[in-house]
Design a protein around this ligand. Structure first.
Ligand code: 3HC
Length: 391
């Protein structure tokens, strides 16, 4: 049991070592390449190093030994060093995380993309509209009311105003970006889009209804993408007559800043759709990593168990602010776990953790009771003014 007087080093090890172990398991399972695992955490969450490069710098032997000792105490299989970590520790090998390339050749556009559509008007949708418009694409975005459409334009204008104030953008650039935007309250406005990205509510019924509608409305040959973080993309694809055109483009929050897009293919996604989306991701200035259609993809599957463990550590009596501070000071992450939970939203985090728990069936992945309580109390994070911290 972790005592409240736990040192910053102990807090960091308690939370970070299982995350490193988990990253090695992804490599061992060949779910993603070492470069994509590391790039995922670097560009999706702003980490100074990916988990595998970090492991190399700390030394696999030290992490393995600390985990083995903890496993002996907890019996939690998430603390048991995975076979590949054990082997690296014994052989004195390294993982060469960030160093490698993702192994793929430079992707080319196999389908023309000139007009982009976005469905949704929330934080993620607004950020995604901004990313495409700033990269020079005409963007049609669809929302449920004029107020919501105005909100997207307001979000983008505010972001660019901030950049102008810092001397990083100009009024002319801002106007050019805003001129590329066309809001609409009817989905039929998406008919001519070459690619549509949806970022609406994380609800399977709502998204499958949307995909079957997009299937009927959007021209043949268009790519239908989702930025879902927790739903099976194959289920969305199955609600269309063109599952080969359906793919995941998982952006990170805040989308204009975080450089990562996880490109998620199902067994039915056409290779030319995958390649076009990889080319597009690079063209809009993002880093793409490739992975299969599995709960949490790369980043959330590594990130959320760590965030959940932080909540459990706080339940053991360690102060939130000490945990946040320890993670920033000891590991150099840009935000502490509670600061990040409040940015992501406790409702979104809980949904992701439930999904991970259901898919991987690890008792250690069960959502922390405090997270469930925060959601029940409506304390969702920054968006409601209170989450783990108060704003
Ligand atoms: N929208 C647009 N731009 C923003 C922004 C926002 N909401 N917030 C900050 N920025 C910009 C700032 O204007 C600034 O731009 P500049 O460098 O061009 O001047 C830059 O981001 C840095 O901002 P600040 O200096 O104000 O603040 P920080 O240095 O603290 O950086 C941060 C803020 C980039 C958010 C940083 O704290 C960070 O990297 N945090 C980690 C975020 C993270 O982990 N996201 C992933 C969450 S998981 C997820 O999204 C998956 C989903 O499925 C749940």
């Amino acid at each position: 049991m972790t005592a409240p007087e736990t040192t910053p080093e102990q807090i960091a090890q308690t939370l970070i070592y299982p995350y490193l172990n988990h990253a090695v398991k992804f490599l061992q399972d060949e779910y993603a390449t070492a470069a994509d695992i590391d790039n995922g955490m670097r560009f999706g969450c702003g980490y100074p190093a990916g988990p595998l490069a970090y492991l190399d710098s700390v030394g696999p032997g030290m992490v393995r030994d600390a985990l083995a000792a903890r496993y002996a105490e907890t019996g939690d299989s998430l603390h048991k060093p995975v076979a590949l970590l054990d082997r690296m520790a014994d052989e004195g090998g390294t993982f060469h995380g960030n160093a490698g390339s993702s192994g793929a050749t430079v992707p080319e556009f196999k389908r023309d993309i000139t007009r982009v559509g976005v469905v949704g008007t929330g934080t993620m949708a607004s950020g995604i509209v901004q990313v495409f418009a700033q990269a020079g694409y005409d963007v049609v975005f669809v929302g449920r009311s004029q107020d919501k459409l105005d909100g997207v334009v307001g979000y983008i204008a505010k972001n660019i105003d901030r950049a102008i104030a810092k001397g990083k953008s100009t009024e002319e650039d801002k106007q050019a970006v805003l001129d590329r935007l066309a809001g609409a309250t009817e989905r039929v406005a998406l008919a001519d889009a070459d690619l549509v990205v949806e970022a609406i509510a994380e609800d399977l019924a709502i998204k499958t209804e949307l995909f079957s509608d997009l299937d009927a409305l959007v021209k043949p040959g268009a790519i239908l993408a989702t930025t879902t973080s927790s739903l099976p993309i194959a289920r969305l694809a199955a609600s269309t007559t063109r599952p080969g055109d359906v793919i995941g483009m998982h952006f990170f929050n805040p989308a204009p800043v975080m450089k990562l897009v996880e490109i998620v293919t199902t067994p039915q996604t056409e290779p030319e759709v995958d390649e076009t989306v990889r080319a597009l991701t690079a063209k809009v200035g993002k880093v793409g990593v490739s992975c299969g259609d599995r709960a949490g993809f790369i980043v959330n599957a590594l990130l959320f168990p760590y965030l959940n463990d932080a909540v459990k550590l706080a339940e053991d009596g360690v102060e939130l602010s000490r945990i946040d501070a320890a993670i920033k000071e000891q590991v150099g992450l840009p935000m502490g776990p509670f600061e990040l939970l409040d940015v992501v939203g406790n409702d979104v985090s809980l949904a992701i953790e439930k999904e991970l728990h259901a898919e991987f069936e690890e008792p250690g992945l069960a959502p922390a009771a405090t997270l469930e309580r925060k959601v029940a109390e409506g304390k969702l994070g920054r968006k409601t003014g209170e989450g783990f911290h108060t704003y």
